[in-house]
Structures are given as structure tokens and as C-alpha cells.
Unconditional design. Structure first.
Length: 578
């Protein structure tokens, strides 16, 4: 009966003639905060808002794996269209991404109410801020509705599933772009070019008193003037605004199966994640992480409060955001070296006055082992260390350009989808470039989002003269998307295209030798190359395993000879140095 009433309210809202008193109650509100809207109800609601208010527009924004299109909804108080390049000159632009994990539906319902309240004047209209939302990013997961897969979550009554239509976790797909969703998102993101990006989630891992936590992109990794502004100004101001409105908030509690009383570290968002990805393009990114055990109504209302206050801050800092974004771009373009890997800086930390619950390890009635149990009758407030400083552990010299042979078209497609300026060589030409040879790498034993990720990639660099063909691709690094270019094309970077398996064919040797044939040729090779003979003898004398392995000896000699294929372990992306 309750569901019938909810659907009737939505149907009425979507079919009544346009009047000032039109009922725009959401499914969430009609259910008294226990239900979330279905995909069809969400899109129908935004279509109604667009018909009712000239400040709201809705459009299709690209394909998804589900077969349904992404939608883009824009609140523009000036009613000047959706040419975001022009709008960005005089306005801050906020992009809210909802339903990347549709079981975490808080942002879906909060944003529906937010857009309505902005349009009908219940919220103060921002003077210089455009608000854009993707109502549901993971449409396939939203359609896969159930009431059980969010094992730890307190409501809503039913919800979507984490995996998309092809069972990808879309919040791991921003670099590798295996899905149509991610490809469409890349194009939309670069069209919108937001100053602030918000992804809405629900957290897991520990129990505490807060309804709201935030997961800002790591400020040292963001770097430059934007990193400083985020850490010293924007984040503290948002926390203060929320506290003034009786909403306590703390950084995302990055623990699993232990209490946070001893402190915790900031989550490090590498570029595979939404905020790590948006950071590469000089956008302030953060996730709203509501607490799974709090009532659904409370979580949605908290999400609404963060979105509302973020709009207020974006409007307040419009000029500053524009100025800082321009400075941030120059900051990276003026760098000679780029940091690739990071670790916690143990010499620094912040202090949190944390509101938690006492936890203890008690005997499990199921396993007999110790299990964690929180006691909500024993709340506490105590100072704990928050380790939110990171430092770079290495860096590479930024090349003038990269050259990619045209046969690697999948890489070029991803670069172009991310607004990277790509040109082609007009003639066959020989260039002196820096080449990489993959000398070692590790591979995860278990599948991860459709891949077996590489890590700890080791390289040997050398200068070589390489013959390139007309039509091969040239990517200059002196462009706004410098960071994306380096993070994807430097093979040792955490989320490089190499580590995501896009170049795995170079790791397999295609030609070999028959020992009975190669033995004779190897003898001739050693007789005509005294230095190689010396090196061979030294290796046998210093390496017993090598000396005891006849095949390893023949293989080593083969790899020192002209017969060994050049493509094996040679990374087919070439650096043009200044």
C-alpha cells in the first residue's frame, strides 16, 4: 500500500498541468525517508522539473553498458543555456555524480530535492554558480534492484547493486575506461570542466557517532595553489558551515575491522577513482560518505546539507576558484619533474576531536575467535591523530612529448576522449628518443575489475634512433592535461595503461629457438664476440643457478644476439626529451 501511495505521488507530480502549486514531492519524502526512487522515477522527476522551471534543463549525455543513456541535468539561474565553456568564464561550476554505487542512493534523493528547492526558491539562488548533476551514473546497477546486497546498511527499503550492467565497479574505471559509462563520463567531464566535483557514497568499515564523513582528494597529491586552498580554506570552511547548521562531520574513517581510536590515515585516491581522476584536470574533488548504520532519512538530509553548503562556498569563492585553477595549470606546466609515487609522511599529522563508540574484541559465538563489537552505550570524544600528509617517493623528468605508433589505437581513443591534444607525424622520419625496456614487474594473482594489475614495474631507459611512420601519434606534454598524460603513459605510474594490461602483448615473446640449432650459432656468436664471451663466462662463474641451467645459458645468449626480437619487453611509447 505504501508503495502505491509513493508511485501515485510521483505520477501526480509528473502528469499534473504546470502550476505554481504543483506537487513536486519526491519518492523519498512521500515515504517519510524510507524509500529511494527507481531509475524511471528519477528521470521522470527531472523531466518534470525541466518542464516546470526554465532554470532547469535535462539532456542525454552518452551511452552506458545498460543500453540506457546517461542524463545530464543543469540548474542555471541565469537561464543562459549549457555552453559550459562560456558559463565557466563567469560562474563556478559544480558537478554532482550520483549512483556510481546505486545501493548508496543517498545522493540520488538529496540531489532531486536540491534541484527542486533551488528552482522554486526554497534555497537562496546562487549568483555565480551553475549546478550540474548526473542523476544516475550506474544505470545498470540502479535497475538491478534488491533489498539484501547492502549487508551492513540501514535502509532504504530497496536499492540498486554496486556492479554495473557488466558487473564493473565504475569507481575503478576512470583511467582504464572499460565501460561505455566511463567513456561517456570522460566526454561530459571535459565538456563541463567543473571547478568542484562531488561523488556521493555511503561508507563502511567502522562505527562512530557521525552521520557525515568527507573524502577530499589528497591535498599534497593535488599540489600547487589548489592543494593549499583545499587543505587550509575550503575543507575547514565546509566543516564549519555544517557545524553551524548542527551537522557534525569528520574525514572518511579509513579503517577496517578495527576501532579508529588510535587514529587513521587519509585515503589515497589514485587516478582510478573518481576524485583521483578529476584531480588530474585541476578540479577540486571530494566524496560525501554518509555512515551506513544511520537511518536513511538522516543520511539523505545530511547529504543535502553538504551539497547546499558546497554551493554557498562555491558562490562565495567564485573569483578565487577561477584564479586558482588558472594558477594550478601553470604550476604543473612550469614543472621539470613530476612525482609518480607517494607514501604517508610520518613526520606530520592533524589532530581530530573524534566522536566514537568504545569498541572491544569479544569471543565470537559463531567462530570462537575474537570479533569486534562496538558499545553504543559508551560514546566518547577524544583527540586522535589523523595522518593526512603524504610525500612523493620518486619523480620523473617531464618529456617534451610522447610518440605512440598508430597501431596502438585503443590508447589514442582514450587520450582523445579525455580532451588530449593529439597530432600525427606528416612523414616517415627517424628520431632520437628515450625508450623504455620493461626489466621486471609483478602481477596480481586475483582478477580485479576485469584485469590482472601489474605493479612494481621496473624499467631500463636508453637513447635510441627509432624509425617512425607517417601517421604515428605525437602528444606534446605542454597542455592543460599534462598530469593525465604522464599518469597514463609512464609505465611505472600506479594507474598507467601499462599496469592496467593495455600493453601485455609486448610481454610475450613470439619467436624462440630450437636448442640443437641455436647451439651451433651460439658458438659462432661467442667466437666472433670476445666481449660477449667474457660476460658469459663471468655470469656462469658468479651465478650458480645460471651455471647449472643449460637452457638459461642458451636463452641468455639468444637475447644478446641479433636474432632476439626487439619488440619483446620494449615499451611502445617513446619519450621525446627537451
Amino acid at each position: 500500500m505504501k508503495r502505491f501511495i509513493i508511485l501515485w505521488c510521483v505520477f501526480t507530480a509528473c502528469t499534473s498541468p504546470s502550476t505554481n502549486s504543483k506537487d513536486l514531492t519526491t519518492v523519498f519524502e512521500a515515504s517519510d525517508g524510507t524509500a529511494t526512487a527507481t531509475y524511471d522515477e528519477i528521470i521522470a522527476y527531472y523531466n518534470t522539473l525541466a518542464k516546470e522551471f526554465p532554470t532547469i534543463s535535462i539532456e542525454r549525455g552518452g551511452e552506458t553498458d545498460s543500453g540506457y543513456p546517461l542524463h545530464l541535468v543543469t540548474f542555471n539561474p541565469k537561464q543562459t543555456g549549457t555552453n559550459f565553456k562560456n558559463l565557466g568564464e563567469d560562474n563556478s561550476i559544480i558537478l554532482i555524480n550520483n549512483g556510481i554505487h546505486p545501493g548508496e542512493s543517498d545522493g540520488i534523493d538529496a540531489t532531486m530535492m536540491l534541484f527542486r528547492d533551488l528552482a522554486n526558491g526554497q534555497l537562496e539562488t546562487p549568483e555565480n554558480t551553475i549546478v550540474v548533476t548526473i542523476p544516475v551514473y550506474n544505470i545498470g546497477g540502479c535497475l538491478n534492484r534488491n533489498s539484501t546486497t547492502r549487508t551492513n546498511q540501514n535502509g532504504p527499503e530497496s536499492y540498486g547493486f554496486r556492479g554495473n550492467a557488466r558487473n564493473y565497479d565504475l569507481n575503478r574505471d576512470f583511467i582504464k575506461t572499460d565501460t561505455k559509462n566511463a567513456l561517456s563520463f570522460s566526454k561530459l567531464f571535459h565538456r563541463i570542466q567543473p571547478d568542484i566535483f562531488i561523488d556521493t557514497h555511503v561508507s563502511n568499515g567502522a562505527d562512530y557517532q557521525y552521520t557525515l564523513t568527507h573524502l577530499f582528494t589528497q591535498h599534497n597529491k593535488l599540489g600547487g595553489p589548489l592543494g593549499t586552498f583545499l587543505h587550509k580554506d575550503f575543507m575547514p570552511e565546509l566543516e564549519g558551515e555544517l557545524q553551524d547548521n548542527n551537522w557534525d562531520i569528520t574525514p572518511y574513517v579509513n579503517v577496517f575491522n578495527r576501532t579508529p581510536e588510535q587514529g587513521f590515515s587519509q585515503f589515497f585516491d589514485s587516478p582510478r577513482y573518481s576524485t583521483g581522476y578529476t584531480t588530474l584536470f585541476n578540479t577540486l574533488g571530494f566524496m560525501i560518505e554518509t555512515h551506513m548504520l544511520k537511518p536513511y532519512k538522516q543520511r539523505v538530509e545530511g547529504t543535502y546539507a553538504i551539497l547546499k553548503n558546497t554551493i554557498n562556498l562555491a558562490d562565495l569563492h567564485k573569483r578565487k576558484l577561477t584564479s586558482l585553477k588558472a594558477k594550478q595549470e601553470k604550476y604543473w606546466l612550469n614543472k621539470t619533474y613530476y612525482p609518480l609515487h607517494w607514501e604517508l609522511d610520518t613526520t606530520k599529522h592533524s589532530q581530530l576531536q573524534f566522536k566514537g563508540y568504545k569498541g572491544q574484541m569479544i569471543e565470537s559465538q559463531i567462530t570462537g575467535a575474537k570479533r569486534l563489537k562496538y558499545d553504543k552505550t559508551q560514546p566518547f570524544v577524544k583527540d586522535i591523530p589523523y595522518k593526512n600528509y603524504f610525500k612523493a617517493t620518486d619523480s620523473i623528468k617531464i618529456p617534451k612529448a610522447y610518440i605512440i605508433p598508430q597501431e596502438w589505437h585503443g590508447i589514442i581513443e582514450r587520450l582523445e576522449a579525455n580532451n588530449i591534444q593529439v597530432s600525427t607525424l606528416e612523414n616517415d622520419t627517424t628520431l632520437t628518443v628515450e625508450t623504455y625496456r620493461i626489466t621486471d614487474y609483478k602481477t596480481r594473482r586475483n582478477p580485479y575489475e576485469g584485469h590482472y594489475l601489474h605493479y612494481n614495474t621496473q624499467l631500463e631507459a636508453r637513447q635510441e634512433d627509432i624509425q617512425f611512420k607517417k601517421g604515428d601519434y605525437l602528444i606534446l606534454t605542454h597542455q592543460p592535461s599534462l598530469r593525465y598524460i604522464i599518469e597514463t603513459l609512464e609505465p611505472q605510474a600506479t594507474d598507467s595503461f601499462f599496469n592496467w594490461n593495455f600493453f601485455d602483448t609486448i610481454l610475450q615473446q613470439k619467436e624462440g629457438f630450437s636448442p640443437y640449432v641455436w647451439e651451433d650459432k651460439a658458438q659462432l656468436l661467442l667466437r666472433t664476440n670476445p666481449k660477449l664471451q667474457i660476460a658469459f663466462n663471468m655470469k656462469k662463474s658468479l651465478n650458480k643457478d645460471f651455471a647449472d641451467n643449460w637452457y638459461a645459458q642458451l636463452e641468455w645468449l639468444h637475447k644478446q644476439s641479433p636474432y632476439y626480437e626487439k619488440a619483446h619487453m620494449t615499451y611502445p611509447v617513446y619519450r621525446v626529451n627537451p
